[in-house]
Design a protein around this ligand. Sequence first.
Ligand SMILES: Nc1ncnc2c1ncn2[C@@H]1O[C@H](COP(=O)(O)OP(=O)(O)OP(=O)(O)O)[C@@H](O)[C@H]1O
Ligand SMILES: [Mg+2]
Length: 428
Amino acid sequence: MRNTRPKGSRFYIIAVLAVATVITAISSTLTYKNSIKAAEDSMKLQSLGIAVSLEALLKDSYELKNRKNIFKDIITEGKWEGIAFIALYDKKGKTLLHSNENLIGRELPDEFIKAAAETGRPVNRYAVLGTDERVFMLDFPVHIKNTENILRLALRTYPVEGVIRQARLQVLGMAVVIGILWVIGYFFIRASHRAEELKTKMAERERLAEIGEMASVLAHEIRNPLGSIKGFAQYLKEQQNKRAVEQQRDYLNIIVSESNRLETLTDDLLTYAKPVEIKQEEFNMDELLDEIFKTRRSDVDAKDIDMKVSTHSGLKLKSDRDKLKQVLMNLVNNSVEAVDSNGVIEIKAGTVGDKINILLKDNGCGMDKETIQQAFKPFFTTKTKGTGLGLAIVDKLVKALGGKIEIESEPQKGTVFKIELPNSFVPD
Ligand SMILES: Nc1ncnc2c1ncn2[C@@H]1O[C@H](COP(=O)(O)OP(=O)(O)OP(=O)(O)O)[C@@H](O)[C@H]1O
Ligand SMILES: [Mg+2]
């Protein structure tokens, strides 16, 4: 469970990058294609415009019987910019007029001229000239003196190539940005992976430290009662023949109580270390509290403690009865230990909506701020014979029951534990 968040964030980063890459790739391709299309459209329009103007010019010059090469003049005068050459062919491909005079009269069997002549429609394409120059070529059918000729116009493509180059640069720029994002993403994921590893290592170190602490407390706690048990057992062995019955009874009592202490310690340790298994059932809160008080009756009577219980009679709850009993037992034990003679311990229980609220209040020695902060930590105790597992177990069980617990306490005034639990819940 501990590692789900970083893995989730890694997946999120990869997903975002993948989506960004796909969107950028699609938009770049569209932009690039549109630029090429716009460039071609602009060449088409420009060439058609020039061709129409030239057709009119040709008609005039033919009618005036002006035999001078107007195409050459157009190129040299630079009337229309970007024209590589202009030529006029008859339907068979014979060059009637050409901006390069040397080519006039040349036969040019050309499929494009043929296509334009046959369909009577302009034909355009990109072509590469003998000079290796790439041009936009238009073959435009023109009618001069009732004969059909083909006007060929070769336009230089460099103005529109600038636009295409810019589009290409834009695509490249986007690819670089996406590449950089992936590199940043990679380093981010690597850093988060390292942080995760470090966290796992630290958690492991913390766990080992806790186990070490547990082992030292265990050794300490077991050694003392064990010393007593061993000592008194040896003594009783030596005294077998003597008649010290009264004293032997005292020692046997000590052996039994120290063995009990060890038993409680091992029970507490097991409860704290074991995973909690929740079994829900419906039960009566009055009866549960009654059972708890009966178990502590002798101490309550010895200290003459005033036990006050206020619950709705017959309050029915749905939770894990045994776990809740252990939680309340540990809290009541602490309160019984905290109050002086004639102390007051009060328990209130009730339900609000789908929540169970339990309040346990005593007017005992109370806790200072530091004690409150440490109280739920395992092995924290201020008592000479405490193990410090009571509240650690309470905390663990309350969490397993899906609830929460809070302490309010003031030294010399008393302590209040507030527990909120769901009334029936789905355990994790
Ligand atoms: N009702 C209370 N009034 C005053 N102090 C309390 C109360 N409950 C807990 N404490 C403080 O919190 C500490 C931790 O309590 P916790 O029950 O975990 O351990 P413990 O009672 O010392 O030992 P044990 O494992 O035997 O229960 C106690 O040592 C005590 O200082
Ligand atoms: Mg305790």
